[in-house]
Design a binder for this molecule. Structure first.
Ligand SMILES: [Zn+2]
Length: 712
């Protein structure tokens, strides 16, 4: 028996209250819905009553649900124990009291109930709320939990809020950006005809969902040296900024959120990302407190091709939507189209994808249609999540993004492959082709999406799992299937591309490390497959087989110890993270002690990337300048073939990217000869691997252009 419940013995069941009085009782009574808190000995109950009342208390619409969280005092701290939900509560609206009864289902966070706990459904909740008038002092509600038919816990609970969750929100911004402004629903042209006029801002948007946001006013404006409005930010820089400027930040789950209004995301201008949620701000995968912060990119939104040309009220609306949307991710809400609800009019949908989700007809843009119908709300399932799901699934710093107890990733059956209606084919492969990976070598795969139909198809322009457009699954040598979860989640403005008939889209995906740590630590055979899309058109790739070799020497075993740490994982994932001193040091040691390995080349790649770029360190309030000479040295080692190998340690796309950067650095250092021979060698190598002719032609053209420059 769960010791929380072994309490005062009591006899019998609850009598079922009659509903006769309820039909006539319509006197003025205090609002009932909201949050109640009470204690009993070393236990604490936070109860949420969400009822249809004659006079609804708040700006939100009720769901007719009761839920609660239970805590136990341990060493002076409240330790979270479990959550429960009551569906279809029976409510007796009496003249002197309101009695609510219902069957509790336990919401044990992410864990199946241990044997013997299937009886959780036998728990019955009874809440008695005395009715009082505004002149009378409030009286506490009595909350009784009947367990196993015999035991009863009783809590006396005070109503502490009209809302169901209370969250403190801190917003900071980078110089040159603006905070979102409130806008009036009548100020936008495209809206539902019957939408009432009201002013909407982040706080109001969440209050309408039953969540009380307290905005902290100590807004900081950062002006990193050399910062301009076209300043771009990597996830790491943003994360670093949050850790040091989020004054309420603590390394634990708490009802606190951080929003940074930044300039551009680092993919700018190739990709116009308007917002991002930090999926893993912790460096320790065994102790993760994700979803505490989000950023939106003001300078990107201000671009003419994004929303810069819109009337100001419409810009304000889109800006606000982006903020509410990103904070929704931080509260563990997925995109509507990832929940098979592409026609949802929710904050969590993409307007341009409405109502088709992944299944967009060619040339479709649903933005206007979305706004014509949108009432600035979360959908019902999302409201249920925000208000009543198990504590850790919602609270920032709780469960990992997308990890929901009722919705754990399941392996996709192969038969789904035949369900695809779009003329698309998806492949997971290794390029250059290989089966064997060295022990501790980072695994990357290439994704290829091909239009094998006769007509162009609109597809998202990025295939990486960070964009949420496809999922990758990994079956480990023990047969366990895991969803690969990237460290970060990106949200962008309509980034689609038209894929002509017969054309392909490629991406290189780093799979070695993610939100769940290292995925390929054990030697043995793995299978990797991808699933693209959601809803009716789900497309499954082939299953790629690879093998991770056993360590050859005791030294290689040791190499794993140096490599498989969260900081090191982070550096490899981010292709460099200059502020993670310890992780960088350990990897430096690996590269020096095991210089012939593929892993060493990958480490040089990461160091090369990070030294080639400046790092905006908000802690020190300065920008660490790029170090091009050091970057050149690192990148030269990264693209060099390991001894006796006929191919690069890097996959083709990553190799090509490193060559591009190295070429650029050579040019800046005024070394045209080296730039040219690098390109010529790469052309030779890629020709041997039968890389796409257009890639080779582009490299060759660039090499030729250098010759022209010299002859002058
Ligand atoms: Zn999003």
């Amino acid at each position: 028996m769960d010791e929380i419940w072994s309490d005062t013995p009591s006899g019998g069941d609850f009598p079922c209250p009659s509903n006769q009085e309820g039909q006539t009782a319509r006197q003025a009574r205090q609002p009932i819905s909201g949050t109640y808190v009470g204690q009993h000995g070393s236990r604490r109950l936070e109860l949420r009553i969400d009822l249809r009342e004659p006079d609804p208390p708040g700006p939100y619409s009720p769901l007719n649900l009761i839920s609660g969280d239970l805590f136990q005092e341990v060493g002076g701290e409240w330790e979270y124990r479990s959550s429960f939900l009551v569906e279809h509560p029976y409510v007796h609206w009496g003249t002197d009291r309101v009695i609510i009864t219902g069957t509790m289902s336990s919401l044990r966070h992410l864990e199946p109930a241990p044997a013997g706990h299937e009886t959780a459904s036998r728990q019955v909740l009874r809440i008695t709320i005395p009715v009082y008038t505004p002149q009378e002092p409030p009286a506490p509600a009595m909350v009784e939990i009947l367990h196993w038919g015999t035991y009863r816990s009783t809590f006396l609970c005070d109503r502490v809020s009209a809302f169901f969750r209370t969250i403190e929100l801190e917003i900071d911004r980078i110089t040159g950006t603006e905070l979102p402004r409130p806008f009036n629903t009548q100020a936008v042209a495209t809206r539902p005809a019957d939408l009432p006029a009201f002013d909407l801002d982040i706080v109001r948007a969440y209050q309408r969902a039953g969540v009380d946001l307290h905005l902290l006013s100590d807004e900081e404006v950062f002006a990193p040296a050399e910062a301009g409005s076209d300043l771009t930010w990597t996830e790491d820089e943003l994360h670093n900024a949050m850790q040091h400027h989020f004054s309420l930040w603590r390394d634990e789950p708490q009802w606190k959120l951080y929003l940074l209004i930044a300039t551009h995301f680092c993919l700018y201008p190739q990709s116009l990302v308007t917002g991002i949620m930090y999926d893993s701000q912790s460096r320790d995968p065994d102790d993760p407190y994700p979803r505490q912060g989000a950023a939106v990119f003001y300078s990107t939104m201000k671009l003419a091709e994004v929303w810069g040309n819109l009337p100001s009220a419409e810009f304000d609306r889109n800006f606000l939507r982006t903020c509410v949307h990103e904070l929704g991710h931080a509260l563990n809400l997925l995109h509507s189209f990832d929940k098979d609800r592409p026609a949802s009019l929710s904050w969590m949908n993409y307007p341009w994808r409405y109502p088709y989700g992944y299944n967009l007809p060619p040339g479709w843009d649903g933005t206007q249609q979305f706004w014509r119908n949108c009432r600035f709300e979360f959908d019902l399932e999302e409201l249920r999540h925000l208000r009543h799901h198990a504590l850790l699934e919602v609270i920032p710093g709780g469960a990992a993004f997308g990890a929901l107890g009722h919705d754990l990733p399941a392996p996709v059956p192969a038969s789904l492959q035949q369900l695809a209606q779009a003329p698309l084919a998806l492949y997971v492969r290794t390029r250059p082709e290989r089966y064997l990976f060295q022990f501790a070598e980072p695994v990357t795969v290439e994704l290829k999406l091909k239009n094998q139909g006769q007509r162009p198809v609109i597809v998202p322009n990025m295939l990486n799992p960070e964009c949420g457009l496809l999922q990758l699954y990994i079956r480990d040598p023990r047969g366990q299937v895991r969803l690969y979860r990237p460290l970060f989640k990106l949200c962008g403005q309509g980034q689609t591309t038209e894929l002509p008939a017969g054309e392909k889209l490629y991406a290189s995906v780093f799979l070695a490390y993610g939100a769940d740590g290292f995925y390929f630590q054990e030697p043995g055979e793995y299978q990797i497959w991808a699933v693209y899309g959601a809803g009716g058109v789900r497309l499954r790739s082939n299953a790629l087989r690879i093998r991770v070799a056993f360590p050859q020497t005791a030294g290689e075993e040791e190499m794993a110890l140096w490599t498989f740490g969260p900081d090191q994982g982070h550096v490899l994932y981010m292709q460099g993270a200059p502020h993670l001193d310890e992780g960088n040091e350990q990897l430096r040691e690996v590269a020096e002690r095991f210089p012939d390995t593929n892993l060493a080349r990958y480490i040089h790649l990461c160091f090369g990337y990070s030294q080639a770029h400046q790092f905006k360190d908000l802690v020190a309030g300065r920008v660490r300048p790029a170090q091009p000479e050091a970057a050149i040295q690192e990148l030269e080692q990264a693209v060099s073939f390991p001894p006796k190998a006929k191919q690069s340690a890097l996959d083709n796309i990553t190799h090509g990217g490193a060559v591009d950067l190295l070429y650029e650095l050579y040019r800046q250092a005024d070394q045209p000869m080296r730039a040219r021979s690098l390109l010529t060698e790469t052309v030779r190598y890629f020709k041997r691997l039968e890389v796409r002719p257009e890639v080779i032609a582009e490299l060759r053209d660039r090499a030729k252009a250098i010759e022209v420059g010299e002859s002058r």
